[in-house]
Write a protein that binds this ligand. Structure first.
Ligand code: G3P
Length: 229
């Protein structure tokens, strides 16, 4: 499963890249607005840092507007994926942009029927929002199961990109179900690393090491240890 960072923060993106943890980035208008930076230069810098897919959302409500924005975004960098909302206009835009070989991430998906239509319109990714469904006492991961079944019944090439992830178990479950991508905020990515037994284990190993006399714990290169200068 690929991991994307759901963020427009260059600091977070660069840190996550340094861990070798992410394959791409997703953004949305809310995340970009939080950065309070010039939109296009920011987007370009993100693409140049990531060397992978970077989703950016259109902000028009009608298909002609989305198509025009999608074309402009896609010219900015080869990594750009255009996000269109799961509305009638969004589907029209998806169909057109996909026919121009511009990759589209259809976003704000909350039902299997929506996911079916996005695939038919030629979406490269479908983004079901699991956390927002959980917030309403629905089972977000059930939506992933349903989409997985539907997509595997037919020769669709649309990839399932699990979005609105709120905690590590969402990520583990997405991987168990065979989702193609999980996109998550920096806090969830960090939480994937943490385990109290790792911290306690490391602490114990290093304490035991400290007890050794200085002479025998000196770290040497192999040549020096063999007496070659
Ligand atoms: O990837 C979509 C994501 O940005 C929405 O997440 O937490 O606002 O539901 P959230």
């Amino acid at each position: 499963m690929k991991i994307f960072l759901d963020s427009a923060s260059l600091t977070e993106i660069r840190e996550a890249l340094s861990w070798g943890a992410i394959d791409g980035v997703t953004t949305n208008p809310s995340l970009v607005a939080k950065e309070k930076k010039d939109f296009f230069p920011l987007l370009k810098e993100i693409c140049e840092a990531v060397h992978g897919p970077v989703s950016m959302e259109t902000i028009s409500r009608d298909a002609p507007g989305m198509i025009q924005e999608g074309r402009v975004f896609s010219q900015l960098h080869s990594g750009i994926v255009v996000k269109c909302p799961l509305t009638k206009e969004g589907l029209k835009a998806t169909r057109q942009l996909s026919s121009e070989h511009i990759r589209v991430n259809v976003t704000l998906c909350f039902s299997p029927s929506q996911a079916l239509l996005a695939a038919k319109a030629g979406a490269h990714y479908i983004s079901p929002f699991v956390g927002r469904l959980d917030d309403l006492s629905s089972d977000g991961m059930q939506l992933i199961r349903d989409i997985k079944t539907i997509y595997s019944n037919y020769p669709f090439s649309t990839q399932i990109l699990v979005a609105s992830i709120r905690h590590p178990l969402h990520v583990v479950e997405a991987a168990r179900l065979g989702a193609d991508v999980a996109t998550m905020p920096f806090s969830v990515l960090e939480a994937l690393i943490k385990h109290p037994l790792t911290d306690a284990g490391l602490e114990r190993f290093l304490k035991d090491w400290e007890k050794l006399p200085l002479e025998i714990k000196r770290i040497q290169t192999p040549n020096r240890a063999a007496g070659v200068s």
